[in-house]
Design a protein around this ligand. Sequence first.
Ligand code: NI
Length: 189
Amino acid sequence: MILPIIGFGHPTLRKTAQPIEADYPDLQQLIDNMFETMYAAEGVGLAAPQVDLPIQLVVIGYREYDEKKKEYVGDPIERTLINPVIVEAKGEMQYYNEGCLSVPNIHEDVLRPECVVVKYYDRNFELQTEEMTDLLARIAQHEIDHLNGKVFVDRLSPLKRTLLKRKLNDIVSGKAQTGYRMKYVSRKK
Ligand code: NI
């Protein structure tokens, strides 16, 4: 089932998400729904607060891009992160152009470490410690920010944010165009 995604300006995106236990109601169904919602919206990551659930749950799914063939190859690389914690950040700080299903039509370069070690429970509630690099590290950090009430535009310079003000206001007021279903705090007529 595809879930409506909430947009920038919705209070749930600003909450600190709570950890969950293995007996969280209908957890497997919720995870499946989040994957379905993410893929339908052509996203590569989705955090539970984005579907209005302030819990520590993230899904990630993307495919490798083959520069020579100019196409996506292989099976999707998928992760389910439950109660994730970044225990270490390593490597260089890098810029990467980020977007967010809750902040449609805005893409900006964000500076983050290239590698992180993440401790999390997988969807079978087994504890994992994984060193993530490249795109996986990037998505994981973006999604874990959501669990801490942060969105990627918070990481931009004040000048950049000022320049985006109009576009952000459009999202808050439900005027942003998206190819997927969104739920807004207030929708202007
Ligand atoms: Ni996001």
